[in-house]
Design a protein around this ligand. Structure first.
Ligand code: ADP
Length: 342
């Protein structure tokens, strides 16, 4: 009774999937195509085997058993042929089952990556829509308030103006990050070549020093020379900039950032350490997720999109490396990246 109910529930679920889920339909259709192909290949092979065997046995019987009476010889040949036919029939029946299983396996192999990437894109679009709502509504409310001139005094005006600029910055950062993420995910424009990481890091630090100066933050370095990795220069630059920018943005005025590059076995080890606001232990696991932001009231910086670290993680993984973080709230954070040396 329970089993019947389970079976009818399963059939109902399959029918709903068939109706609503394009990927499920595609998997079933592909299973049918693949298993039909596999089955016909096996069947063709069986027919060929049967014909060759029959000819072979007849030739041998003709040559060797010349003294057989014709009837006995024909009985023997028929018996052998029928025995062979039975075996082939049994094997073909089993092969129908295996061709369906194999067909389903290949169909899953073909469709699953497409389904995963579709679900990923869907999730990004819904997260994005959700994240865009807040800045847009802040901008809209700000503009509406500014347009009622008599109710806005000069301090409110400045605050509103600042809020609007912050939210517009956040929107523009988010759009740039989404475009970059999309590019790295699809490996578009990614070309791997040997990069002098030591030199690239020095250049990026010079560039980021100007940014850090505005917050009275000092960037100290300890960079080993001639460390080469195989990678995409634009992506590596983005990874360095994001990590150093975070170390500055989530710091305190007058704080410091330390960038260290060295070899560790067959890896280049890049450590970016700051003595800033740190990350609460409950948030550490989530900071690499898309759009995840730790409570923004803790930091001076409010323009983050929550995409920076997920981009960094994507880049590191595309370069066959790994990233880890150690952080203590109110004391600072240390991000460690390992990428194979060439
Ligand atoms: P965002 O664009 O908001 O900076 P990220 O993905 O780069 O997004 O970072 C996610 C969250 O992790 C940030 O909101 C921030 O709270 C926290 N975070 C990242 N780096 C640091 C750091 N060096 N120190 C403290 N908090 C950090």
């Amino acid at each position: 009774m329970i089993k019947m109910r389970n079976i009818s529930k399963l059939l109902k679920e399959l029918a709903t999937d068939w109706k609503n889920n394009n990927f499920f339909r595609a998997k079933i259709k592909l299973t049918i195509y693949y298993s039909t192909i596999i089955f016909f290949v096996v069947l063709g092979y069986s027919i060929l085997l049967h014909s060759l065997f029959t000819v072979h046995i007849r030739v041998r019987a003709e040559n060797k058993n010349i003294s057989f009476l014709t009837d006995v010889k024909n009985d023997f040949l028929e018996g052998t042929k029928n025995g062979l036919l039975d075996i082939i029939f049994l094997l073909d029946t089993i092969s129908i089952f295996f061709s369906v299983v194999l067909g389903y396996y290949f169909a899953k192999k073909t469709i699953n990556p497409l389904e995963e990437s579709y679900l990923k894109q869907k999730r990004i679009i819904s997260d994005m829509a959700h994240e865009l709502k807040l800045p847009l509504s802040v901008v809209k409310t700000g503009i509406q308030s500014l347009s009622i001139k008599e109710t806005v005094n000069i301090e409110d005006y400045e605050d509103l103006n600042e809020d609007i600029i912050t939210e517009v910055d956040r929107l523009s950062n988010m759009i740039n990050d989404i475009l970059f993420l999309e590019k790295t995910e699809n490996m578009l424009d990614i070309s791997f070549r040997n990069i002098n990481l030591s030199e690239l890091l020095k250049k990026e630090i010079d560039f980021m020093k100007n940014y850090a100066k505005d917050f009275y933050i000092d960037i100290k370095t300890n960079i080993a020379e001639h460390i080469y990795i195989s990678g995409d220069e634009q992506s590596i630059k983005k990874m360095i900039d994001n990590l150093i920018k975070n170390a500055v943005d989530y710091n305190k005025s007058g704080g410091s950032v330390f960038v260290d590059l060295d070899r560790e076995g067959s890896y280049a080890k890049l450590c970016i350490t700051d003595d800033g606001i740190g990350i609460p232990s409950s948030d550490i696991k989530k900071i690499f997720e898309r759009f995840y932001k730790v409570d923004s009231s803790r930091s001076m910086y409010k323009g983050g999109s929550g995409l920076g670290l997920s981009i960094v993680k994507d880049i590191v993984e595309k370069h066959h490396g790994s990233i880890s973080v150690n952080s203590i709230e109110n004391e600072g954070s240390k991000f460690t990246v390992l990428i194979p040396i060439v």
